[in-house]
Ligand binder design. Structure first.
Ligand code: URA
Length: 253
């Protein structure tokens, strides 16, 4: 076959693959890699808006959320949110904190009592453990990374966020990820990983393996609050964190 026809054939294949993946994305099917090596298809340097697909149905192209170009604009677009029932019990919306250009992003479930009072994620007991992981374990500062949650308002009595609450808030998290464009996401606990990867697989199966969230390497691990109740599993989290440290060292080498 002449080289020009091979090129045309390849271009057609790439176009149909892209359309197929976009259709899958629209119905909520995401990439899921279970291998030990992190996926290499990083979108960091491309112009792809992670909001293409499902979220455009929730936020039209003209909405303030969709148009936000900075985290400040996104926070402003969220406003005094009453999109789900969690608004009535909250003190503060806990948007997120850290370096807006962080290479590493941590994503938890939702604010607890301390976070609700202070308006900052992971500042209570579980937060102290997360801070130790970042500073003592990884040798970073909290300001070097970006920290956010799936839901931005505290569920009453720290109950699990309900599906409609996750659905209302999730697009804001996705836009946050889109704006920060980290190289690596650490998903803390079942809610974060299941929301991001659109899977029902248990955290015990997902943790410790590299996955991909729209081309961003994603490492699930246990939630720090779980570790407070099960300190024996800290060694498993340390194994997961070491994989992230190695990956970061590799990518900056
Ligand atoms: N647990 C979370 O998932 N997020 C916080 O911000 C605090 C505790």
């Amino acid at each position: 076959m002449p080289v020009s026809s091979e090129r045309e054939e390849l271009a057609t294949l790439v176009t149909s693959l892209r359309r197929h993946l976009q259709r899958q994305d629209r119905v909520g099917i995401r990439f899921l890699c279970q291998g030990e090596s992190p996926p290499t298809d990083s979108l960091r340097d491309t112009d792809v808006n992670l909001l293409s697909g499902t979220e455009t149905d929730l936020f039209s192209n003209s909405s303030e959320t969709y148009k936000a170009k900075t985290l400040e604009e996104l926070r402003a677009a969220i406003g005094d949110c009453q999109r789900c029932k969690l608004w009535s019990g909250r003190t503060h919306i806990v948007f997120g904190v850290g370096n807006p250009k962080a290479k590493l992003m941590f994503i938890g479930e939702g604010p607890g009592r301390d976070e609700d009072l202070q308006g900052e994620p992971f500042v209570g007991r579980a937060g102290q453990l997360l801070t130790d992981i970042i500073t003592k374990g990884m040798g970073l500062r909290r300001e070097d990374v970006y920290i956010a949650n799936v839901v931005k308002c505290r569920p009453p009595e720290n109950r699990n966020p309900e599906p409609d609450e996750v659905a209302s808030c999730e697009p804001f998290l996705k836009k946050q990820i889109d704006l920060v464009r980290p190289e690596i996401i650490i998903a803390l606990g079942k809610f974060a990983v299941q929301a991001l990867l659109q899977t029902k697989a248990p955290i015990t199966k997902l943790r410790g393996h590299w996955h991909s969230y729209h081309g961003i390497k994603l490492m699930p691990t246990f939630h720090p609050a779980y570790l407070l109740r099960n300190p024996g599993d800290k060694k498993l989290v340390w194994q997961d964190i070491k994989k992230v440290i190695n990956e970061m060292a590799g990518s900056s080498a």
